[in-house]
Design a protein around this ligand. Structure first.
Ligand code: UD1
Ligand code: MG
Length: 476
C-alpha cells in the first residue's frame, strides 16, 4: 500500500539505507527473513517501494546473512532508474555496525534515512514527514506510543527533549515503564551521521554497535533530536516470526478489502480475500469468499467471481461470470500471455485458463476445461472436460466434451484452427497442425489428422461393426 508521492517535498536529497543483514532466527527458515513474502512480494520489495515512492536519490541495502541470495533477489526487484547500492556486513555486529558499512557510498550533502528490511508496511507519507522533521539538520526519530513496549528501544526524554534511546536489555526498571518506543527508522544529515557512526562503541549488554547510540552523541554535539510520532503500530511493526508475518498479512489484506469496498466492490466477506498485487474493479463487482488475486487483475463492470477462485494477470470484461473454483493464470500483466475474458463470458466452475487464453464475448468455458494460448471468438463454447492449446477458435464453435487438441508432438507445438460454426463432437482428438473448415461437423470420437472441408460431416474413426451371437470367453 505504498503510494507514490507526486513530488518530493524534501529539499535535501534523501539517501536510503535499508538494513537487511540479519538472519531472522525466529523465522525458523532457510530463507533470509527479508525475502519472506507479504502480499506476494518479498518484505524487502515493500521497503524498496517505499524508498522509491519517496524519490530517494540512492538506495543502499546492507546484506549479510545469505547475502548472495538477497542480492540476487534485489536485482530482480529493483526497478529501472533506481540507484541501488549493495553493501555487505560480515559479520553482523549490530545495527550501528550495519550502517557503518554504508558510509563509503553515502554522499555528505544528503539526508540519510535508515529503514529496516523487515518493516514492510511503512508508508511513504510517514517517511516524508520524518525527512521533513529532519530539515537537513536534525536527528529525526520515528517513534510510537505502544501499550506493551517490551523488547523495543525506549525514548528517554528530559525537560530539554529526547536524550537517548535505551535498548530494552540495557534499560533500568524505571526506563522500562516508558511507552514511547523507537521504531527502528531514523533520518539524519549524512555528514554528521558519519561522524557519529565513527564514534559508536559496543559497551552494552549485547556487545553490539547500536545505531540508537547516535542519539546520545547528537545530544553531546548539541544537535537537535526530534521525535516524529506515528500513531499506526502496524506501519512500523517488524516481522520476526511466522506469527508476526501472518498478522501483518491479515492487516494488509484488511486494508485492501476496506479500500475495495469503499469503491463499491461487494465482498462476501472482507476477511476472506487475498490480493497479492493489484486488483482494479469497475462498478458493481461481486467477489465471493476465499478468492486470491495475483499480479494485475482487472474486473469489468458487473463481473461476478465465485468462491475459491485464483486469478492472476487477467482482464475480465463487463458482465462476465467466473464460477466457483476456477483457476485463471495469465503469464504477465499485459503481455501476450495475459488472460483476457470477454464481455458476458461464463467461466467455470472448475475451469482453468492458462497463459495466453483470450476469450471473446459470451464465450462459455465449463467444468474441467483447460485453455492455453488460444483465441476463442465470440460465442464459442467448450462446456465440459476438454483441452484447447495453441488453437484459434471461430465464432459460435461448439467444442464437445472430452475433445482435445493434440498440440505437442514431443518436440514442437502446433496450431489448430477451428473456423466459425464448427461443431466438434465429444471425445475428438485434433492432431495439430490442422484446420477444421467453417460450419463443419466432426463426428464424436474422431481422430482428425487432416484438414476438414467446410460444411461437411467428417468422421475419423473405425466404422462400427457387430458380430452376431458373439460368445465371450469363459473362465476355466
Ligand atoms: C532495533 C532498535 C530498537 C528498536 C527496534 C524496532 C537498535 C540497537 N535497536 O532493535 O531500538 O526499538 O529495532 O524494531 O537498533 N541488522 C543488520 N545487521 C546487524 C543487526 C541488525 O542488518 O548487525 C538489521 C536486521 O536484519 C533488521 C534490523 O537491522 O532488519 C533491526 O535489527 P534487529 O536485530 O531486529 O534490532 P532490534 O533488536 O529489533
Ligand atoms: Mg527487530
Amino acid at each position: 500500500m505504498n503510494e507514490s508521492v507526486a513530488k518530493p517535498s524534501h529539499v535535501h536529497p534523501v539517501d536510503v539505507v535499508i538494513m537487511a543483514a540479519g538472519k531472522g532466527t525466529r523465522m525458523h527458515s532457510k530463507v533470509p527473513k527479508v525475502l519472506h513474502k507479504l502480499a506476494g512480494r518479498p518484505l524487502l520489495a515493500h521497503v524498496l517501494a517505499a524508498a522509491q515512492g519517496l524519490l530517494a536519490r540512492q538506495v543502499t541495502v546492507i546484506t549479510g546473512f545469505d547475502a548472495e541470495r538477497v542480492e540476487a533477489a534485489l536485482q530482480t526487484l529493483s526497478s529501472e532508474g533506481l540507484d541501488l547500492r549493495l553493501v555487505r556486513q560480515q559479520p553482523q555486529l549490530g545495527t550501528g555496525h550495519a550502517v557503518q558499512q554504508a558510509v563509503p557510498v553515502l554522499a555528505d550533502d544528503g539526508v540519510v534515512l535508515v529503514l529496516s528490511g523487515d518493516v514492510p508496511l511503512i508508508r511513504v507519507e510517514t517517511l516524508a514527514g520524518l525527512v521533513g522533521a529532519c530539515e537537513g539538520k536534525n536527528l529525526a526519530l520515528l517513534t510510537l506510543e505502544v501499550p506493551d513496549p517490551t523488547g523495543y528501544g525506549r525514548i528517554v526524554r528530559e525537560a530539554q527533549g529526547v536524550q537517548a534511546i535505551v535498548e530494552h536489555k540495557d534499560a533500568s526498571q524505571e526506563q522500562r515503564l516508558i511507552r514511547e518506543i523507537y521504531s527502528g527508522i531514523m533520518a539524519a544529515p549524512a555528514a554528521w551521521l558519519k561522524t557519529a557512526l565513527a564514534r559508536l562503541d559496543n559497551r552494552n549488554t549485547q556487545a553490539e554497535y547500536y545505531l540508537t547510540d547516535v542519539v546520545k552523541l547528537a545530544v553531546a554535539d548539541g544537535m537537535p533530536v526530534v521525535a516524529h510520532q506515528t500513531s499506526s503500530p502496524m506501519e512500523v511493526a517488524g516481522v520476526n516470526s511466522a506469527q508476526q508475518l501472518a498478522e501483518l498479512e491479515r492487516w494488509y489484506q484488511g486494508g485492501v478489502a476496506q479500500a475495495l469496498m469503499a469503491q463499491g466492490v461487494r465482498l462476501a466477506d472482507p476477511k476472506r480475500i487475498d490480493v497479492r498485487g493489484e486488483l482494479l474493479c469497475a462498478q458493481d463487482v461481486f467477489i465471493d469468499v476465499n478468492c486470491v488475486f495475483e499480479g494485475t487483475v482487472r474486473l469489468g463492470e458487473g463481473v461476478q467471481v465465485g468462491a475459491n477462485c485464483v486469478i492472476r494477470n487477467a482482464s475480465i470484461a463487463a458482465g462476465a461470470v467466473v464460477h466457483a473454483f476456477s483457476h485463471i493464470e495469465g503469464g504477465s500483466a499485459d503481455g501476450k500471455d495475459a488472460v483476457t475474458v470477454g464481455e458476458g463470458a461464463l467461466i467455470g466452475p472448475f475451469a482453468r485458463l492458462r497463459p495466453g487464453a483470450r476469450l471473446g464475448a459470451e464465450v462459455h468455458i465449463g467444468n474441467f476445461v483447460e485453455v492455453k494460448n488460444s483465441v476463442l471468438a465470440k460465442g464459442a463454447k467448450a462446456n465440459h472436460l476438454a483441452y484447447l492449446g495453441d488453437a484459434t477458435v471461430g465464432e459460435r464453435v461448439n467444442y464437445g466434451a472430452g475433445a482435445i487438441t493434440a498440440n505437442y508432438d514431443g518436440a514442437a507445438k502446433h496450431q489448430t484452427v477451428i473456423e466459425a460454426d464448427v461443431h466438434v463432437g465429444s471425445n475428438c482428438v485434433l492432431i495439430a497442425p490442422v484446420t477444421l473448415g467453417a460450419g463443419g461437423t466432426i463426428g464424436g470420437g474422431s481422430t482428425i489428422t487432416k484438414d476438414t472441408p467446410p460444411m461437411a460431416l467428417t468422421v475419423g474413426r473405425a466404422r462400427q461393426v457387430s458380430l452376431a451371437n458373439w460368445k465371450r470367453p469363459k473362465k476355466k
